[in-house]
Design a protein. Structure first.
Length: 96
């Protein structure tokens, strides 16, 4: 069990009813979403956020994946291009 504390945040009135955790899973998802902007701007890593939440990095990645937030931010075309560049460099390296 990860240590917890209470904090006060300012939110619109209509939002407060949605912040009450129904169970541990919804609480985890809520807290993971609160950390996501800090992962996005590279203040913390996925591993650091997972440690804060008391879960494994792979479990946090699964949480974000189910919410539609991909761990890899490349499209398939970008990935194919990167792989082709890698192959060309390896080929060139083998010739030299």
């Amino acid at each position: 069990m990860v240590p917890t504390e209470f904090v006060t945040i300012k939110v619109p009135v209509g939002m407060s009813k949605y912040l009450k955790a129904i169970n541990s899973e919804t609480e985890l998802v809520r807290n993971a979403l609160l950390l996501y902007p800090y992962i996005l701007n590279q203040t913390i890593s996925h591993g650091g956020a997972a440690e804060i939440l008391g879960i494994r990095k792979s479990d946090l990645i699964d949480v974000y994946d189910k919410l539609g937030y991909s761990y890899l931010d490349m499209t398939m075309d970008e990935l194919d291009s990167e792989l082709e560049t890698f192959r060309q460099l390896k080929k060139k390296e083998a010739i030299e």
